[in-house]
Design a protein around this ligand. Structure first.
Ligand code: FE2
Length: 512
């Protein structure tokens, strides 16, 4: 709670906003946005809500490889509009989980919204009721005061199968459990942890395939900002949990886990927290990029014990890490980094302007970087692995927490924000393969599927969901990872579009 002194210090703003109802981040009018856009704005289908759920046998063009058998799950925001109002950012909507099942007789597609309490209450009301990270609730300050505590999960970022269930994660909450076949929502889950233990999860846990451990970080925003570190054993038991107060009040999305260490890159994306606490500004509209502060790298042993090692380095915003591993006395961590998150921060950032059909600012591309951290000397160096315009890095998940050779990425053409190509980078030879779907096609995170249990890291398929702005429908493309330039081997044709989708996870037939 606020202290009396703090309350009085900000009382003027509260009183003004309360009396005027004036807040800085209200929902947008839907009337300012045309679904699917026009030929000058072909990517607006990504920001167009999906208005129904589907379950059907999908047509396939080309030939699905006989060895590709299993399920691709995906998650991302599927609904941006309610009651004539609209979210302020593309990165903010109710979670839409997809299930694409490759079986002996074809491909079955299914998608459902996660029935969070937020989704159900707003569905019943026909309007937004709760603030989310980019957009305050309608109704001014009275419906938004102490904003971080009012935000409800949309379960719309990632999805993971674990011990017979499917879990949908948001940024700063508990996950939702789903039936992995029907996608029916079972409910919010503490993953078996007793209710008396404080617990919070971000959306990017890491499975270590060698140990079976599932490691999570989470950020709790209040007057201070706390880091939760949680680890489950392969049998589902909680093995460790630690809460640490962070030295910076920052927004971070992903982290790194190696065999013996964990690493958080505290980039200087500061949250000016009083706006959200007072209910007058969203968290997204309270982000400030402070490059002069540099990045603060925080290294801990994987048992979470001891004092964190803190190292400063150049400012570099990160959505997603690639992977991390120890080599000699070094901890290596690969990631896609931006010199400035201008696509995210500020009212003209493209992630926001797309919601009103405008082009917006995107000047600074994501590049593929590596941190080399000398743990003994306590030094860090940053190395550019590939210049380009990248996002959505993935590896062969069998290499998680150990050395990886190949990285799969989405790539955009110069000055474009949305990605039309997929690339594979061989970090050993420096070679890369690329397939560009062309103008007006927008692809998503390339999920790598090994060709077989025993196949090497080089051998497998790449699955990317592509929105085709000409047909206003999406398809799932299957490519040969070793020969991306040949283009899709198969396209699973969907009967509708899929809005901006973040992350996927492959579960091969026979995997638990
Ligand atoms: Fe993510």
């Amino acid at each position: 709670m606020l202290t009396r002194r703090e309350f009085l210090a900000c009382g003027g703003s509260v009183a003004l906003a309360a009396t005027t109802g004036c807040v800085a981040s209200p929902p947008l009018p839907k009337s300012g946005f045309i679904d699917f856009g026009d030929p000058d704005h072909p990517y607006l289908g990504l920001a167009t809500s999906l208005m129904q759920e589907y379950d059907y046998d999908a047509a396939v063009e080309g030939a699905v490889p006989p060895g590709l058998r299993g399920v691709l799950y995906r998650n991302g925001p599927g609904l941006f509009d309610r009651g004539g109002l609209r979210k302020r950012s593309l990165l903010d909507g109710d979670g839409l989980v997809q299930r694409v099942h490759f079986h002996d007789n074809g491909v079955r597609f299914r998608c459902r919204f996660v029935r969070t309490p937020k989704f159900q209450e707003e569905e019943a009301a026909g309007s937004f009721l709760f603030p989310t990270w980019s957009t305050l609730a309608p109704g001014g300050i009275w419906n938004n005061f102490w904003g971080p505590g009012r935000i409800r999960s949309q379960a719309g970022v990632t999805v993971f199968p674990w011990r017979g269930r499917l879990y949908a994660f948001d940024e700063s909450s508990l996950p939702f459990s789903l039936d992995p076949i029907t996608l029916e929502t079972i409910g919010e889950s503490r993953l078996g942890v007793p209710p008396e233990m404080p617990l919070i999860f971000a959306a990017h846990p890491k499975f270590d395939p060698r140990t079976g451990e599932w490691l999570h970080f989470g950020i709790q925003y209040g007057r201070q900002v706390s880091l939760h570190l949680t680890c489950f054993a392969g049998d589902g038991t909680l093995v460790r949990h630690r809460i640490i107060e962070l030295p910076r009040y920052v927004y971070i999305h992903d982290w790194f886990v190696a065999s013996r260490h964990v690493l958080l890159s505290l980039h200087p994306l500061e949250v000016a927290v009083w706006g959200p606490l007072l209910g007058i500004r969203s968290i997204l509209d309270s982000l400030r990029w402070r490059p002069e502060q540099g990045n603060l790298l925080m290294v801990l042993p994987r048992d979470f014990n001891g004092e964190p090692l803190l190292l400063t380095t150049e400012a570099s915003f990160m959505w997603h890490g690639v992977n991390s591993y120890e080599h000699g006395g070094e901890l290596l961590a690969d990631f896609v980094g931006y010199a400035n998150p201008d696509h995210l921060v500020g009212p003209a950032a493209v992630a926001q302007t797309v919601m009103t059909g405008r082009k917006g600012v995107f000047r600074t591309p994501g590049r593929l970087w590596r941190y080399r951290i000398d743990l003994l000397q306590r030094r860090v160096e940053r190395e550019l692995l590939a210049a380009g315009n990248f996002e959505w890095p993935r590896i062969d998940e069998r290499q998680r927490c150990r050395a990886h050779r190949f990285v799969y990425l989405c790539a955009a053409n110069p000055a474009e924000f949305f990605w039309s190509a997929v690339e594979r980078h061989d970090l050993q030879t420096g070679q890369h393969g690329r397939y560009d779907f062309g103008a007006g096609y927008y692809c998503t995170e390339p999920v790598f599927v090994p060709r077989s249990v025993s196949a090497g890291e080089e051998s497998g398929w790449v699955l990317t969901e592509v929105y085709d702005s000409r047909t206003r429908k999406s398809f799932l493309a299957v490519l040969n990872g070793e020969r991306l330039e040949d283009g899709p081997l198969a396209r699973v044709m969907l009967r509708h579009h899929v809005p901006f989708s973040y992350h996927g996870w492959w579960q091969a037939d026979g995997e638990a």
